[in-house]
Design a protein around this ligand. Structure first.
Ligand code: GLN
Length: 314
């Protein structure tokens, strides 16, 4: 992968926006009532370069629910606190090939939640975050870690948090099934609440792109210059994102783009090109696996146009 030129990135982002803006496929998530009411036509793309320059087109300052993209920072934080090997042992790093909310993800791996990037493993990761037993302390650790990655403050969208809490029955069963298999390392209801809160954090596409760039830049935020996590964790988290970032559509995505990325049902996607840059796109309508249709198209175009395939360039 070559060093990226800012002008080339600007052109690619603008072209992706123009090509994808009229895409009408997919529909907003509606199992969380708040998400059903987010305007479907919002669309933004941002990229953050190693020197901290952010290229942004469209609705890149709109705060949307981070949702499952939050599984990435919490997985990094758990690895930063315990080391990658311990997270591998307690949670795993396997592709599930299953929907994000699958209970089978726990059962199929012999009582193992598979990976911190699906709901089961993410709830388990929330239970691991230190200080164990201290809900406020854990929350502060997570929210400040996300802010450090993003280079600016983040906060929960209260209405979204209420909406998720009122409807997260499936996640409740996952938390207690994990508890049954000794894969919850704190109070299960507290771990679930931390997970629900982190999913309800509002972020902009700019912030997601900066988070991605910090990950790509071996843990050093290119905007603030702050060293946020241990450099050896970049390849670890990038491999997890590549393995399961689009749930049951992950293989198709990776085959098409070669870009480690993570989606959320709020419509955001964050892509990490290690050593090169971070990219993000946001548009609420989703495909059947819960991945934004427009954001996928936009990032796939950018990955192809800028030769970002981590498995090799053409
Ligand atoms: N909060 C959502 C859930 O747990 C996140 C899912 C997602 O973004 N894929 O169902």
């Amino acid at each position: 992968i070559q060093k990226i030129d800012k002008k080339a990135v600007q052109d690619a982002v603008q072209m992706a926006y123009d090509r994808c803006k009229n895409e009408t496929g997919g529909k907003n998530a509606d199992y969380i009532p708040y998400l059903a009411d987010v305007p479907s036509n919002l669309f933004g793309i941002a990229a953050c370069l190693p020197d901290g320059d952010v290229v942004a087109v469209g609705d890149t300052d709109y705060k949307f629910g981070i949702e499952s993209v939050s599984k990435v920072p919490t997985a990094i934080l758990a690895m930063n606190q315990y080391g990658g090997q311990e997270v591998l042992g307690k949670i795993g790093a396997d592709a599930t090939g299953l929907p994000f909310n699958s209970i089978m993800a726990i059962l199929l791996e012999n009582d193992h939640p598979s990976t911190p990037l699906v709901n089961a493993g993410a709830i388990s990761a929330c239970s691991m975050i230190k200080p164990v037993g201290d809900s406020d302390g854990k929350w502060k650790a997570i929210v400040s870690f996300i802010a450090d990655l993003a280079g600016s403050d983040v906060a929960v969208i209260d209405e979204l948090y209420k909406s998720e809490t009122a409807t997260n029955f499936n996640n409740k069963s996952i938390a207690w099934l994990l508890k049954n298999y000794n894969r919850i390392y704190d109070d299960p209801d507290m771990a679930l609440d931390i997970y629900t809160r982190q999913c309800s954090i509002g972020v902009t596409a700019r912030q997601l792109a900066t988070m991605a760039a910090t990950i790509a830049n071996s843990g050093v935020n290119p905007v603030t210059g702050k060293a946020v996590f241990k450099p050896e964790l970049t390849p670890k988290i990038a491999s997890m994102m590549a393995t399961v970032g689009f749930y049951e559509h992950t293989g198709d995505w990776l085959f098409t783009t070669g870009l480690p990325a993570k989606t959320g049902v709020g419509g955001g996607i964050m892509g990490v090109v290690p050593g090169v840059m971070g990219v993000a796109a946001f548009a609420p309508p989703l495909d059947g696996a819960g991945n934004s249709v427009k954001a996928q198209k936009a990032l796939a175009f950018i990955a192809g146009h800028l030769n970002l395939n981590v498995f090799g360039t053409t």
